[in-house]
Design a binder for this molecule. Structure first.
Ligand code: PMP
Length: 468
């Protein structure tokens, strides 16, 4: 893609060298950042769905930042809100007996948008800290009701719920959780991912659902219901690989949770604020009212850090007891007034521009077009929902064997895609996409044709290496 931008102020080689030396990235790959490693690609401009690197190249960002640029990047309207809020009040202490209108208005708006009696919001600074605080609320809820042993957690293989000390232990992605960082392994128990491509292969969705529900209930009985505080689940998996569960799965799981007095925490950090065509996927898409919903990312479309833990009247009422008085959560930047004002403007834009309807209209087209990639030799599966999609690469379509990690197949495809002006997220043998909600049909066509070309070029490399 070519579109002239002035990059004369950038010395890309120097930025890359300084970056390697001084900037420790999230999820840093040390090899890449070594002196001799290729380093990271610097970007300096973002607009809507597009990014520009410091060499002046333009890209379509099919990753949407990090699943977060829901209304698209760099809107003046949001920048104005930030400016106005900052010169009005750059910080207001929200602790205990002080508050501010933007926080109150946002909390009230979230109560309106969320399902059922989820009327209380505890703001956080990220998705991980929302997962973290949800756990504390769950344990406090049970303690307030006299259940002092209910402290353990049920999670799912390949799930991602955060990167803090606590939440890393809730993740089921083995590759992102080395054993020595799995600090709390004794208190977290895992069940299967609803992966229809692999574990569900050869079964009807109904059979697969029944099997998953049985496994879930068996796990509860094995651990002991009196020991379990809560279960975390993403409505559709994010980084684990965009698994969409069989119909009735979430409903079945929440019913089992409630049978054993286990709180159901829906991790909507990726799925909320439009990615699946609804403000919240829990009820509108899957027909469930969780006890707690955690959000971040699309809450502010990545303009400013903010997360939230939205919880039910039932939990609130239990906490309003002598035991609950000491449930200390929150920190200095909780409910930052500028972030709250940005979130409100972001929600207003989603409503005003009918972005939910847009995603419901374009999402199936995106999926249909991506499905055409299944004719390629190394494309094993294409799955996801609406603006959350992924392509899984395999060495053998029959056996579903994957290329060994050292082939870094997702990365190979993404490097070819970069050269074609498309950014997709490589995750071992997957490429993940979660574009801004404004993506048009024409942009879908560009994404799918560039991705096809990138996969074909990767196949050529593999043939040259004698691996295809
Ligand atoms: N939950 C899910 C489902 C996520 O995808 C992520 C981040 N990718 C998190 C929680 C953690 O959010 P954050 O990076 O804002 O801490």
């Amino acid at each position: 893609m070519s579109e002239k931008v002035d990059v004369s102020q950038f010395d890309t080689a120097q930025i890359v060298a300084d970056d390697k030396r001084h900037f420790h990235h999230p999820f840093q790959l040390i090899d890449l950042m070594r002196e001799e490693g290729e380093g990271a690609l610097p970007f300096f401009k973002a607009d809507g769905c597009y990014l520009w690197d410091t060499n002046g190249n333009k890209y379509f960002d099919a990753v949407g930042g990090m699943w977060c640029t829901n209304v698209g990047a760099s809107r003046e309207e949001i920048a104005r809100v930030m400016y106005e809020e900052t010169i009005k009040a750059s910080y207001i202490n929200p602790f205990v007996d002080m508050t501010h209108p933007s926080g109150v208005t946002l909390a009230k708006k979230l109560a309106e948008l969320t399902p059922g009696d989820l009327n209380h919001t505890l703001f956080t600074v990220s998705g991980s800290t929302a997962t973290d605080d949800a756990y504390r609320l769950a344990v406090a809820y049970h303690r307030c009701r006299g259940n002092f042993n209910k402290t353990q957690v049920l999670s799912r293989n390949k799930a991602f719920h955060g990167s803090t000390f606590l939440t890393q232990s809730f993740c089921g992605k083995a590759n992102e959780k080395p054993e020595y960082f799995n600090f709390l392994s004794d208190m977290v128990h895992f069940v299967s991912a609803p992966n229809s491509y692999r574990e569900g292969a050869g079964k009807t969705p109904e059979e697969f659902k029944t099997e998953l529900l049985q496994e879930f209930e068996d796990k509860i009985l094995e651990v002991g219901p009196d020991n379990i505080a809560c279960h975390y689940a993403e409505p559709v998996y994010g980084g684990g690989g965009c698994f969409v569960p069989p119909v009735g799965y979430h409903k079945g799981i929440i019913d089992i949770c409630h049978k054993y007095d286990i709180l159901y925490i829906s991790d909507e950090v990726v799925t909320a604020f439009g990615r699946l065509g609804h403000f919240f996927a829990s009820e509108d898409r899957f027909g469930i009212v969780p006890d707690i919903i955690t959000v971040a990312k699309g809450l502010t479309s990545g303009y400013i850090p903010m997360g939230a833990c939205i919880f039910s009247d039932r939990i609130y009422d239990a906490l309003a007891s002598e035991e609950g008085r000491f449930t200390i959560v929150g920190s200095t930047y909780t409910a930052h007034p500028v972030a709250a004002a940005v979130a409100l403007k972001n929600i207003e834009i989603i409503e005003r521009e009918n972005l939910l309807e847009h995603v419901r209209e374009i999402g199936p087209y995106f999926q249909e077009q991506l499905n055409t990639l299944k004719d390629l030799d190394i494309v094993g599966d294409v799955r996801g929902s609406h603006f959350m999609q992924c392509v899984e690469f395999v060495k053998n379509k029959e056996t579903k064997e994957i290329y060994p990690d050292e082939f870094d197949i997702g990365k190979r495809v993404s490097l070819h895609a970069d050269a074609l002006g498309l950014i997709v997220r490589p995750l071992i043998n997957l490429n993940i996409m979660s574009p801004a909600l404004t993506m048009t049909k024409e942009e879908v066509d560009f994404v799918v044709s560039a991705l096809r070309k990138a996969i074909e070029l990767t196949q050529d490399d593999l043939r040259e290496m004698g691996e295809l």
